[in-house]
Design a protein around this ligand. Structure first.
Ligand SMILES: C[S@@+](CC[C@H](N)C(=O)[O-])C[C@H]1O[C@@H](n2cnc3c(N)ncnc32)[C@H](O)[C@@H]1O
Length: 350
């Protein structure tokens, strides 16, 4: 089971397949389409390469999956007593610590704490019975993390196989207040839909700390990326991240104002970007509306004919209006979760 940004589950499957692994089957789990959890049946060698995948946040080995026989605490007790924990018990040695975590979504008469508590008790007793010692619970830094998720009428029992979330990139030495989640930045670059081995000139005109540029250069391995950012300290920070990510030979940061983009950029093949959406730039008023129109009109001026823009914002109305004014055609849109709220990723074409 992989967890990812809700809304880009299909791109996780695509990334694995692009990197040469076969995916035999996959499905999302969740009560909504935006669950961010998918179960993939794939080659075992994928497990050894997990750290190289850029669209996933966490990875688990699924031990059991099925439907829960009711919505009350008795149904939960019945489920937990029917679960075979022997494969987990076999992993324990003395002094090894463990934690049980749980995600619950839907209409139930029990909480995620009940799930963790009941499964935790069963595991402790089973280890004691079979191995002769009680395992130690450690919620902060456990050796083994067992996860039992109950989502609607489905449950999944799994073991965590990467401890640190893969969204924490080692290149991030400079932190921006509105950083885009790196797996989402990578997925947006995939959505641009260009040949990843082609030589493209790409642009993030509102680049902040450079996440889209760095993730994009990992995907488009022969391309170059320009970034524009209005604040000097962000430009310096983006450069530091870019050096740390070792993609500095293909990236360039320009400290300037993208509402005048065509004054200093002449051409690009594609744009991937994450504009400000109003928390700092006053609320959804005329100034933000004008800003979106200005930047999209500038994008249309510098983008080659047939070129694409991938842009994310929770301000659907503003993007759609600005796309109309700038004559950029909306070819696709999809909802994703960004920092706890629903945003839309648009693919526009010139
Ligand atoms: C939402 S943030 C982008 C964050 C970025 N994707 C990251 O992961 O760090 C938008 C950025 O646009 C910059 N910005 C706002 N107005 C701008 C303008 N007119 N020209 C260039 N950059 C601008 C802001 O300073 C901010 O860093």
């Amino acid at each position: 089971m992989f967890t990812t940004v809700p809304g880009i589950e299909d791109l996780v499957v695509r990334e694995i397949s692009i990197k040469g692994f076969r995916v035999y089957s996959w499905h999302k789990i969740g009560i909504t389409e935006l669950s961010g959890r998918l179960i993939v049946e794939t080659e075992e060698s994928v497990l050894r390469s997990i750290r190289n995948f850029r669209t996933i946040e966490k990875a688990y080995l699924v031990l059991d999956e099925g439907s829960i026989p009711g919505r009350d605490i008795e149904a939960l007790r019945r489920l937990i007593s029917s679960i075979d924990v022997d494969p987990i018990v076999d992993m324990f040695t003395p002094y090894m610590t463990f934690a049980v975590r749980s995600v619950r979504a839907g209409d139930h008469e029990f909480t995620s704490m009940d799930i963790s508590r009941l499964l935790g008790e069963k595991l402790r007793n089973s280890v004691r019975e079979r191995l002769g010692f009680y395992p130690i619970v450690n919620l902060d830094n456990p050796d083994i993390v067992v996860e039992l998720d109950v989502i609607g009428d489905r449950y999944v029992l799994a073991i965590e196989i990467v401890h640190r979330s893969l969204r924490q990139r080692s290149y991030r030495v400079f932190h921006h207040e509105a950083t885009l989640n790196p797996p989402l930045a990578y997925a947006m670059n995939m959505l641009l839909g260009y040949d990843r081995y082609g030589r493209h000139i790409l642009l993030d005109p509102l680049c902040g700390s450079g996440t889209i540029i760095i993730e994009g250069l990992h995907y488009y391995v022969n391309s170059i990326y320009n970034g524009v950012e209005i604040y000097k300290h962000n430009c310096r920070g983006a450069l530091r991240n870019i050096y740390e990510a070792e993609v500095h030979d293909r990236a360039c940061i320009i400290c300037s104002d993208s509402t005048r983009l065509s004054n200093f950029i002449r051409y690009c093949d594609g744009i991937v970007t994450n504009p400000p959406y109003g928390i700092r730039m006053r609320t959804i008023d005329d100034s933000l509306r004008k800003f979106y129109i200005k930047i999209l009109c500038e994008f249309a001026k510098v983008l080659r004919e047939g070129g694409r823009v991938v842009i994310i914002s929770p301000r659907r109305g503003l993007i759609e209006h600005a796309a109309h004014v700038s004559r950029l055609e909306i070819v696709e849109k999809r909802e994703v979760e960004q920092g706890g709220m629903i945003s839309t990723v648009y693919i526009l074409s010139r």
